[in-house]
Write a protein that binds this ligand. Structure first.
Ligand SMILES: Nc1nc2c(ncn2[C@@H]2O[C@H](COP(=O)(O)OP(=O)(O)OP(=O)(O)O)[C@@H](O)[C@H]2O)c(=O)[nH]1
Ligand SMILES: [Mg+2]
Length: 164
């Protein structure tokens, strides 16, 4: 059986736990309960030629990059980077966390989720910035854990990247 460890990385309250809950259980809650340490979930994804079990490590958000528990990422084969589209600064946090994991464990496949797309009127990340990142090869999804928009697409794309 194909099992792949995936880490959810991003700043505080960007929606990592909500995205996992949406993907695994198809539910959403407005209530914010910050993650302490790590919570692990599992979901099987059926691809055209194989089934892959994603073991999702939902890590506590860290805006203070210095205190991020890098050791949780050991053994991971892919990353879900999450930023909150209503707080552009969280994009820098997500990208910096990825750089730190690359320095420690080497490069691995990732997708970048700009979450809370339902809050369009509060959006702070420009289309230009998004297009620029896409042109440099980033696989970017505008997601909403609330509506479910693009959530499955993003996880399925990562499943296919890590099981190549
Ligand atoms: N409107 C909206 N709210 C969201 C979305 N995703 C998450 N939230 C809300 O944002 C808050 C934080 O969500 P969490 O999923 O707990 O965020 P997190 O990244 O796991 O936070 P930490 O565990 O503290 O790092 C909660 O109140 C969620 O209901 C979304 O797509 N849209
Ligand atoms: Mg959380």
């Amino acid at each position: 059986m194909l099992q792949k460890k995936i880490c959810m990385l991003g700043g505080f309250a960007v929606g990592k736990t909500s995205l996992v809950r949406r993907f695994v259980q198809s539910i959403f809650s407005e209530t914010y309960l910050t993650t302490v340490g790590v919570k692990i979930d599992k979901k099987s994804v059926v691809l055209s030629d194989k089934t892959v079990d994603l073991i999702l490590w939902d890590l506590a958000g860290e805006d203070d990059i210095g205190s991020f528990r890098l050791s949780y990422v050991r053994g991971a084969t892919g990353l879900v980077l999450v930023a909150d589209g209503t707080r552009a600064a969280t994009l820098t946090v997500a990208l910096t966390l990825r750089e730190r994991t690359e320095a420690e464990f080497g490069a691995m496949p990732f997708v970048l989720l700009l979450n809370k797309s339902d809050l369009a009127d509060q959006w702070t990340i420009s289309d230009d910035a998004i297009n620029e990142m896409r042109q440099s090869g980033y696989q970017i999804y505008l997601t909403s854990a609330l509506s479910g928009e693009s959530v499955d697409d993003a996880f399925i794309q990562l499943a296919s990247l890590v099981s190549k």
